[in-house]
Design a protein around this ligand. Structure first.
Ligand code: SAH
Ligand code: SF4
Length: 360
């Protein structure tokens, strides 16, 4: 099967409007809305079910709500505010959604199927573009445009679940943007995804490039989610060359924050390490990484570089170099996995998300 591109007309969507979206609201917020409209409280529970259990996209489908209530709601609200600008299905079954936001900007979400576990995971975006500007990342090349709202983050999940008809029980915040630079909004979205959409906290992962103060903040939240750190280099010189943010938060600040996080939460971290041929993939880097991580409760996930264009000069290491790196770090007592790329043929793999469709 070849990669497939679906046009927006194939997708059951309402046109964007400026009315406030209901998706993204908690049960408490829906209760207060319903109360203000003079309706009984149980209407909020019904509405909540339609939004987060049945994932319907328009008021007409909310069949147990009386027509007068639906009409009144529709005067001031819409169900959701995203529409699908483009949908691509990869040869490996990965689906990339390009969502159009109410202001015409676009962001991507990626739905992946993991055969060995029989589960689906959705990779969500938290910002349009990203200010962190890592040298190997297509989103970084866009620059920062704006933060997403709680509604826009939650709706990526609700929409992808409704459109795919799949039960998506795992969420990774590894799409466009740096979640820790939209911190309060991302935490509120996680709260809704957990309480309303019933995605288990243990099935949610936030990935960060290392915004040190927010790692201390997250440690206080007492949440059972997984924190993944994009470390990518075992020394400041190598890290700074590929991640400019290392100037602001070098390893001597990042590493104590990680130890603090583990000792406060008891949770095991995931350390992400992109492998760039000749840049950070040599045996010396692997030994330095093994030493740097000694005493830190973590697993290591190696991410062979996904190409974003020859102009940037990075290359994916050979299979041998990847396995050599893995074996060395494993010898330091770490569990090391190599991330399997998903949807490379539709530019849906890690770091490849860059909004090929321009805003209208
Ligand atoms: N901003 C967050 C989350 C989004 S990026 C972060 O940086 O952690 C998700 C993961 O993809 C990060 O580990 C990131 O470093 C990695 N990544 C970025 N560009 C990549 C590329 N071209 N190939 C492989 N992984 C990449
Ligand atoms: Fe931003 Fe993450 Fe890409 Fe870096 S890797 S530019 S932090 S999205």
């Amino acid at each position: 099967m070849n990669a497939q591109l679906q046009t927006p007309s194939a997708c059951p969507i309402a046109p964007p409007s400026t009315q406030e979206p209901l998706i993204g609201k908690s049960l408490e917020e829906l209760r207060s809305l319903v109360k203000d409209m003079g309706e009984p409280a149980f209407r909020a529970d019904q509405l909540h079910q339609w939004l987060y259990v049945h994932c319907v996209r328009n008021f007409d489908d909310m069949s147990n709500l009386k027509k007068s209530f639906r009409d009144k709601l529709a005067e001031t609200h819409q169900v959701g505010s995203l529409s699908i600008a483009e949908k691509q299905v990869s040869q490996d079954g990965t689906t990339k959604y390009l969502f159009r936001l109410p202001d015409g900007k676009v962001v991507e979400s990626v739905l992946m199927y993991f055969e060995e576990r029989g589960t689906y995971a959705l990779c969500l975006s938290t910002q349009v573009g990203c200010a962190v500007n890592c040298g190997f990342c297509a989103t970084g090349k866009l620059g920062f445009m704006r933060n997403l709202s709680v509604a826009e983050i939650v709706e990526q999940y609700v929409y992808a679940q409704a459109d795919s008809g799949k039960e998506v029980r795992n969420i990774v915040f590894m799409g466009q943007g740096e979640p820790m630079l939209n911190y309060d909004t991302v935490l509120q979205a996680i709260h809704i995804l957990n309480k309303s959409a019933e995605v288990g906290m243990r099935h949610i992962t936030i990935s960060t490039s290392g915004i040190v103060p927010r790692i201390y903040d997250l440690a206080k939240e007492d949440m059972q989610l997984t924190l993944a750190i994009s470390l990518h280099a075992p020394d400041n010189a190598t890290r700074e060359a590929i991640m400019p943010l290392n100037k602001k938060w070098p390893l001597e600040e990042l590493m104590p924050a990680l130890h603090h996080y583990v000792s406060t939460t008891g949770k095991r971290l995931t350390i992400e390490y992109i492998l760039l041929a000749g840049v950070n993939d040599q045996p010396g880097h692997a030994h330095d990484l093994g030493k740097l991580l000694q005493g830190l409760k973590c697993n290591v996930n190696l991410i062979p570089y996904n190409p974003i264009g020859d102009a940037y000069g990075y290359k994916r290491p050979s299979g041998n170099a990847i396995h050599r790196f893995k074996d060395i770090v494993t010898a330091y007592g770490k569990k090391v996995t190599v991330r399997v790329e998903r949807g490379v043929d539709i530019a849906a793999a890690c770091g490849q998300l860059a909004n090929k469709v321009q805003p209208v």
